[in-house]
Design a protein. Structure first.
Lengths: 328, 443
């Protein structure tokens, strides 16, 4: 089984879906001739032509709006937002139109579309190229939100998202694009169901919940502390909405302790939802306070390298939080 | 208006009590001052009269449950009146006049007092999962060794305990001692303030051995505390003498019947009390207590007599001003106090105020023993078994000389265990010598 990068998993997923279903098309800034600023669509313009890999104007509102219209016409658009930081102009289209389509038409109409958006910091991107936007969107019923953490899930989740009858926001941990590698089978179809978390490492001492790049660091931290005798159960959430509550609760019922790691600002971040769920439904299973490790509450990921390092959770910070919680 | 029935504080050191029996059921009418319930402290059993007339609306503390003084036991009022929802566990420092049994307070005028840490505080923070496991498996948390931060009992400690503990659930803790709503929602500084010291090594080792855990009742716990405390404060020294009991036995033989006519069973104990009381009068230093300001010489000679309650432990009723009493008076007092001690009918006052204690370990066949001082007293007299022994005595000859003779005499060993801070050997021996002399010269 060949090892590929996370972004290659994304590229393969789009390639396969474009080939499988002619209703599938890609629209976004520089996705065509240039192959995307991160090269996620490299070679697809050449392979499928300008009508299926469409370069859009610099207008996120219209990228999503066009996607919604096409979806209502029976197409399967994949809209690329170049950086999640720029998704906000499309907020109205995503939240007010795409997410509500099925509900407001009583199921007669749906908007089967994928909105891809690279997110997250740690890449020296500063204020406008480092944001995490999942909390805004995971709040919205009718919109599925998925975040892969490895090439296999990246491929399988994107293919599942393309086939989903409703809108899916597909957030890509861009720092991991080429950093995270993994084996993905070539000769079989890779599909990862939306709404299912994965226990990526079993352990008895505490449960660690993470997604995207933070899941990658969490595995590293778990490895570090395993040498000290602390067995961390790592859960890759993969889908933020709908959340796989069963897996989350099941893990904490086993370990009694929960650490949630996310790089978004702490307050109102997605981890708060996990913490609330545990407080409500696993209270009598808790042996320690639920702990969140997240980015600090400052307006943006700083550009300065030392300040960026201060902002971003990493394996060392996670390991320290694990040790503290384990000792409680 | 409702009236609260509060666990009274029945003595200086008595901070908790056990409800042994409710004499009224919920919904029953009760008159003011009518006996409402019976309680038991580490010293005595007593009846609590109702503080008001009305209907017993709610009982919060069931029979057999032990709570701190000041705890709400029940509420009396008119049917339909609003009653407090949960028991209010108040700290031992709550001012409740002793021995007045009940503090009657209209509910409406009581300012809400912050909940105080109960016993659970000694265990450190109890997490929700530990609380649940404890409730489900009826675990007495005081038996679980905590390995978490500050000695906190963790989930793993609970699981390890469940795995290691012998089959059969421990007795269920009373509801308010289970870490339920009340304890968990205390202010966090209280919760985290009382970190639990790690259990001592021998305790932990003992618990690791197979067997069952006999739960501690109030009396056992109280005895244990007193014994450890006494050994810690006072440097104990024991001195032993023997006394020839021939004259006492003769006296008893001659007066037993007379006493019996008065309903008094004449035992040896009053003789020892009388001898000790006289010696205490003669040697005031033996009738004293240590204090940092100086040695407190007690004005009265109040002699406590240890009464065994079998498996239920030991109690020491006090004969007040024993030096002022005749043998008849002492015999009557000994009989009365020991009888009521065994039936649990002593009042708190009757077990307090002792200045000296006599323990008759000889009843079990013990020849001599080294008892532990009953704090804050200076000394304790241990009386062994009276045994016929061969002794050498001196007989007076007609010419004024003496002759050694071998005789069979009823002998008893007397141990005086004393606080060496107060008494030195010479004074202790002087005291014990006086006791022996009094017994041997009884007339």
């Amino acid at each position: 089984m060949p090892e590929i990068t996370l972004i290659e998993g994304i590229r393969q997923a789009m390639d396969e879906e474009l080939a499988r279903d002619e209703r599938v098309f890609i629209v976004g800034e520089d996705v065509g001739r240039r192959g995307g600023v991160f090269r996620a669509t490299q070679g697809l313009y050449e392979k499928y032509g300008p009508e299926r890999v469409i370069d859009s104007p610099l207008a996120e509102l219209s990228i999503v709006g066009v996607g919604i219209g096409a979806a209502l016409y029976g197409m399967r658009p994949i809209c690329e937002i170049q950086f999640a930081d720029f998704i906000h102009p499309a907020f109205n289209q995503i939240v007010n139109e795409a997410a509500k389509m099925c509900y407001r038409s009583n199921g007669e109409w749906t908007a089967p579309m994928v909105i891809r958006a690279p997110y997250g910091g740690g890449i020296g991107g500063g204020l406008y190229h480092s944001q995490s936007v999942e909390a805004f969107f995971a709040h919205v019923p009718g919109l599925k939100v998925v975040v892969p953490s490895n090439p296999y899930d990246a491929k399988g989740l994107l293919k599942a998202a393309v086939r989903d009858p409703n809108p899916v926001l597909y957030l890509e941990p861009k720092k991991g694009y080429r950093l995270i590698r993994g084996a993905v089978p070539e000769d079989e179809e890779v599909l990862v169901p939306i709404g299912k978390a994965r226990v990526s490492r079993e352990g008895r001492d505490l449960s660690l919940f993470a997604y995207g790049m933070m899941h990658h660091y969490s595995l590293q931290a778990a490895q570090q502390v395993a040498a000290e005798g602390i067995e961390v159960e790592v859960v890759d959430l993969r889908t933020l909405n709908p959340l796989d509550r069963e897996t989350v609760l099941g893990s904490v019922r086993k370990t009694g302790k929960a650490l949630i790691v996310y790089e978004d600002n702490l307050t109102g971040g997605y981890g708060a939802e996990i913490a609330a769920l545990l407080a409500e439904q696993a209270f009598t299973d808790l042996d320690a306070p639920v702990r969140r490790l997240a980015g600090p509450d400052v307006p943006a990921v700083p550009y300065s390298r030392p300040l960026q390092d201060w902002f971003m959770p990493n394996a060392e910070k996670i390991a320290a939080a694990i040790r503290e919680l384990d000792a409680y | 208006m409702t009236t609260k029935v509060i666990m009274p504080r029945l003595g200086e050191s008595v901070v908790e009590g056990t409800v042994t029996k409710w004499l009224k059921r919920e919904g029953e009418q009760v008159e003011e001052f009518e006996p409402l319930l019976e309680i038991n402290t580490d010293k005595v059993d007593t009846e609590v009269p109702s503080p008001a007339a009305g209907t017993l609306l709610k009982v919060y503390v069931g029979e057999g449950q032990t709570v701190q003084a000041g705890t709400l036991l029940a509420v009396i009022g008119e049917p339909g009146e609003e009653i407090p929802e949960a028991p209010e566990v108040a700290g031992a420092t709550m001012p409740v006049s002793a021995p007045a049994a009940v503090e009657a307070t209209p509910v409406s005028s009581v300012a809400p007092s912050p909940p105080r840490p109960g016993r659970q505080a000694d265990l450190g923070f109890i997490s929700p999962v530990v609380a649940r496991i404890a409730a489900e498996h009826k675990v007495d948390l005081t038996q679980v060794r905590g390995t978490g931060r500050g000695g906190r009992i963790t989930k793993k400690d609970m699981l390890a305990y469940l795995e290691s503990r012998p089959a059969g659930p421990a007795p269920a803790a009373p509801a308010w001692e289970q870490p339920g709503s009340g304890e968990l929602f205390r202010p966090s500084e209280e919760v985290f303030g009382g970190a639990r010291p790690p259990a001592s090594q021998p305790e932990a080792e003992a618990r690791a051995l197979p067997g069952t855990v006999q739960p501690l009742d109030v009396v056992r716990r109280s005895i244990a505390e007193h014994m450890v405390r006494s050994k810690r404060i006072s440097p104990h020294v024991s001195t032993i003498m023997e006394a020839d009991m021939s004259r006492v036995m003769a006296h008893r033989r001659n007066h037993k019947e007379d006493f019996a006519h008065e309903g008094i069973n004449l035992t040896y104990t009053p003789y020892f009390v009388a001898a000790a009381a006289e010696a205490l009068r003669a040697v005031p230093m033996a009738n004293s207590s240590w204090s940092d300001e100086g040695i407190v010489l007690h004005g009265a000679v109040n002699v406590g007599v240890a009464v065994s309650l079998g498996e239920r432990g030991l109690i020491v009723p006090v004969i007040k001003e024993a030096d002022q009493m005749s043998l008849r008076g002492l015999a009557r007092a000994v009989q009365d106090l020991s009888t009521r001690a065994r039936s649990g009918q002593l009042s708190p006052a009757e077990v307090q105020g002792g200045t000296f204690t006599i323990t008759n370990h000889g009843v079990g066949g013990s020849l001599f023993a080294t008892p532990i001082i009953n704090q804050p007293q200076c000394a304790i007299l241990g009386v062994g078994k009276i045994q016929k022994r061969v002794v050498v005595i001196e007989s007076s000859e007609g010419d004024g000389g003496t002759q050694d003779l071998i005789a069979i005499r009823p002998m008893v060993y007397l141990t005086l265990t004393f606080d060496h801070r107060i008494l030195d050997g010479a004074v202790a021996d002087q005291f014990l010598g006086l006791v022996v002399m009094r017994l041997e010269s009884w007339a």
